[in-house]
Every structure is written in C-alpha cells, then in structure tokens.
Design a protein around this ligand. Structure first.
Ligand code: ADP
Length: 283
C-alpha cells in the first residue's frame, strides 16, 4: 500500500521540558480520513504541527513517500502538506478572497502574478467551502464559523496531498459541522488524505476511515471506528462519563451489522440513559 506520510518513534519536547509527544508511529495513506481523538493536552495539536514541519522533531523521524522531510524548503513542503490551525492569532484586514488566495503562495514565484490556474484553484476552494457569497467581505467582520471555513478554503487552494486540520468544527453550527466533514470526506481520494483532530466522537464515527486515539502524548489506539469507539478503549482515556449506543446505517455501512457507534457525554447521575440501541432510521 502507498503511504503518504509515516512517522516512526516521533517525539516532541517543548523548550520548557514538556514531553508533548512520545514514541508515535503513524502512517497515513491516500484516500484516508484519519480522525485524531484524545482529551485536552493529549498531544493532538503537537502531532499535527510536528507532521506539518511547524515544530522541530526531537525524537524519531517523519518521511514523505519514503523520503526524509527535514531538509525540505517551506515552499516544497507546502505543496505536499497543508496545516489548518484552529484559529488565527491575528486577523488580517483582507477580504475573504484575498485570504484564500494566500494558499497559492507556495505555487507562485516571488512577486509573481496569479495565473489562470491560481485563480481557478481559489474559485474552486471558495465554492467548496461555501464562501462565494462572502468573497468581498473583510475577514475580521466574519463570524467564528465563517472564519474557520476561510482557513479550510485557504488550505484547499494550496492543493496539497495531505491536509492536517485542527478542530475544524469548533465554532460551527450543526449544519456547517456536517458540511465541513462532508467536504473533508470528498477530499480524500486516490491522491489525497486528511488527518483531522476533533473532539466530536460522533462526527468521527460517521466520517473517519480510521481513528487514532491519543493520551499523554502517546498513541493508545489506532483502528476502525468500531474498533476504537467502544467502552473498553475509551474508558481508560475519558473515564466513565460516556454513554454508548449505536445507529443503524442502511447504506454504505462499514463495520458490524451496518451499525455506527454513538458515544455521548452524559451526566453521571442519570444511569438510565441510553441503556439500549437507539431506535433510529438509516443515516
Ligand atoms: P491537545 O491538542 O491534545 O490538546 P497539545 O498538543 O496542545 O494537546 O499539548 C500537549 C501538551 O503540550 C500539553 O501538556 C500542553 O500544555 C503542552 N504544550 C502545548 N504547547 C506548548 C508550548 N508552546 N510550550 C510548552 N508546552 C506546550
């Protein structure tokens, strides 16, 4: 099987001495949507940044199609991997379209003018992220969710083979949460893969082709939705405050009997909740 990116014994220790990532083996192949789950502080963001080359690797190695990446120039790297942060530290005073077009920098020479190919990539990214109507709006005027879609669109314009996306649905209403994950799913095809950090176990259940569960800087599980989203795997990481059920999926079902796990945070005083399968229709 072709592997896009592979880490072996990957570790990162922050300058203050916090070992945020340790001994992490991970490979991602074209076509995959890998959801990275884990509690706050588990090392998920550090993992994405280390894979993206935004943080130095202090142990182990990362290869791209078998090739060492350490010496890559930023522009060379950006054509292969796009990192989508949770939010921007400072909001540039530019329009949505100008911001999305920044994703083309890695394809353009210094001071080069945008080519028809650049414009087409930006148009496509704007339309995929449902931003066409907002094209002329200044970025600082947008809602948190609209800004998050701009961040995804900028990475799409970059046309990289691997998208590393950090919590893309944080500020989104339910309709846009689904839209973003449908978009992510549509991006993963023969050439391209997506690794996405999320706290939403149920979006992961619906959209992940594989789930990586992290805790304390280490990978504690790596498998299919049905292998990972179960009590015996999640309880050691998240504690006993979750309730487990499943949803029958009539078509396109992966996993046992066409069922997708549902995992909900539930108040501990209510032990009667979700004791049996949810009586739901197909998804
Ligand atoms: P997650 O994304 O799973 O919430 P992070 O990767 O952000 O976890 O953080 C993992 C650990 O690294 C945490 O203990 C966090 O406090 C620490 N950490 C994150 N960023 C820094 C930093 N810039 N300097 C020092 N420690 C950090």
């Amino acid at each position: 099987m072709v592997v896009l990116i592979e880490s072996s014994g990957l570790g990162h220790t922050y300058p203050g001495g916090v070992e945020a990532l340790a001994d992490l083996d991970l490979s991602i192949s074209p076509g995959e949507v890998v959801c990275i789950l884990g509690p706050n502080g588990a090392g998920k963001s550090t993992l994405l940044k280390a894979l993206a080359g935004l943080l130095p690797i202090t142990a182990g190695s990362v290869t791209w199609r078998g090739e060492a990446m350490e010496a890559w120039a930023p522009r060379h790297r950006a054509r292969r991997l796009a990192f989508v942060p949770q939010s921007l530290m400072a909001l540039p005073e530019v329009t949505v379209r100008t911001f999305v077009a920044q994703g083309r920098y890695s394809h353009q020479g210094v001071f080069a003018r945008a080519t028809p190919e650049d414009r087409q990539a930006v148009d496509q990214a704007m339309s995929q992220a449902d931003l066409v109507d907002l094209a002329a709006r200044p970025l600082p005027e947008l809602s948190g969710g609209q800004r998050q879609r701009c961040l995804v669109a900028r990475a799409l314009a970059q046309q990289a083979d691997l998208l590393l996306i950090d919590e893309p649905t944080n500020a989104l209403d339910p309709e846009h949460q689904i839209a973003v994950f449908e978009l992510i799913e549509s991006l993963a095809h023969e050439e391209r893969a997506v690794a996405v950090v999320t706290h939403d176990l149920n979006l992961a259940s619906q959209f992940a082709s594989r789930i990586v569960l992290m805790d304390g800087g280490r990978k504690v599980a790596d498998g299919t939705v049905n292998e990972v989203l179960q009590r015996s795997v999640l309880e050691p990481v998240y504690g006993s405050g979750l309730r487990y059920s499943s949803w029958r999926v009539e078509e396109g079902a992966e996993g046992k009997n066409g069922e997708r796990p549902i995992v909900l945070p539930w108040r501990s005083s209510d032990s009667s909740a979700l004791s049996g399968p949810v009586d739901g229709g197909g998804a």
